[in-house]
Write a protein that binds this ligand. Structure first.
Ligand SMILES: Cc1cc2nc3c(=O)[nH]c(=O)nc-3n(C[C@H](O)[C@H](O)[C@H](O)COP(=O)(O)O)c2cc1C
Length: 328
């Protein structure tokens, strides 16, 4: 029986055990998005966790939504991340930088440029967000043009190259939790009439193009992706075609041979039988971690095409709580 303490290889990373740290926004970067020495210290302190998935880092100016989040596109960003990656590697850890474009989950107060947020369509999420003036309504975004969507795909690929240049072991594409990529999935956030809206093959197009561009840029063995099917964070409602959408998306991603598929527990609570869950975020390593018999029907087609890398229910367990002492 495979144990949580057994080693595992994920893409190009040989991990000593199967705990990993969940991505968590820390809002400690400089005003220009450069990670601070404090960030290097924070991640270095956690290096013994093995695999650290970082806070979301914006791939462009318009990708930022929260105060003082790091970027990963300028040379100054790379220099900041390089200090951080060196500190993590010195501590024996592996670093995966999460690429997060927030789309409409942004407030002009929170960005240096103060521009209107961008999104698939001009539809506000209907939720508030934290700013220096307290919790404020998120304003209506403006819809991206097709040319801007194509440029955003390039931004993700550029950010991935910058992450590798900074010494990261890989990147995780954030396609979950109500941010830009998931906004394209949801008919209540995406009412486009072009090739990025409407039928499921159009609403998954941006996610797939980003995954392919990143994978082409740095290699599939360095590329992971996080999805959160069914999550309503950020005002998202994926609607009646959600199952069909993920049945299309997940096998298409599997074809790229990415290092891993990361599915937060918030998304799985509605999908997995209680007995299959450990209450923590789960990472599916190109395979369901639960036996497919425990998966509800919506998940059976498609997901088994991700080859199984680990046996048992927990090839890897990702946690946002402090589990540094868990081994004792
Ligand atoms: C303060 C905070 C910041 C977070 N920031 C991110 C983030 O930047 N990217 C992301 O994918 N998830 C983010 N999350 C979600 C976590 O990765 C995780 O899915 C969530 O905390 C549930 O995991 P748990 O069951 O281990 O607590 C954040 C969560 C918290 C509490």
């Amino acid at each position: 029986m495979t144990s949580i303490w057994d080693p595992i290889r994920i893409g190009n990373m040989a991990l000593e055990h199967r705990f990993a740290m969940a991505p968590m926004t820390r809002s400690r970067a400089g005003a220009d998005g450069t990670p601070s020495p404090l960030a290097a210290e924070y991640y270095a302190q956690r290096a013994s966790l093995g695999l650290l998935i970082t806070e979301g880092a914006q791939p462009s100016d318009d990708g930022q939504g929260y105060l003082n989040t790091p970027g990963i596109y300028t040379d100054a960003h790379v220099a900041g991340w390089r200090r951080l990656a060196q500190a993590v590697h010195t501590g024996g850890g592996h670093l995966v930088i999460q690429l997060m474009h927030v789309g409409r989950m942004s407030h002009p107060d929170n960005t240096p440029h103060h521009r209107q947020p961008v999104a698939p369509s001009a539809i506000a999420p209907g939720v508030k967000m934290f700013t220096a003036r307290g919790m404020l309504d998120i304003p209506e975004p403006r819809a991206l043009s097709v040319g801007e969507i194509e440029a955003t795909v390039h931004d993700f690929a550029h950010a991935a190259r910058q992450a590798i240049a900074a010494g990261a072991d890989g990147v995780e594409i954030h396609a979950a939790n109500g941010y830009l990529i998931q906004q394209f999935f949801a008919p209540n956030a995406n009412v486009r009439g072009d090739r990025y809206g409407g039928p499921t093959q159009n609403r998954t197009r941006f996610a797939f193009e980003v995954a392919r561009a990143v994978s082409d840029a740095i290699g599939p063995e360095r590329t992971g992706i996080r999805i959160s099917p069914g999550s309503t964070l950020g005002g998202i409602d994926e609607g009646p075609e959600a199952r069909a959408l993920y049945r299309r998306l997940v096998p298409a991603l599997a074809e790229l041979g990415l290092a891993y598929l990361h599915v937060p527990m918030v998304a799985m609570k509605s999908c997995l039988a209680r007995s299959a869950g450990c209450g923590r975020t789960r990472c599916w390593l190109r395979a369901p971690i639960a036996p497919s018999s425990l998966l509800p029907p919506m998940w059976r087609p498609g997901l088994p095409t991700w080859p199984r890398l680990g046996a048992g229910r927990s090839p890897i367990r990702i946690s946002s709580s402090d589990i540094g002492q868990a081994r004792r």
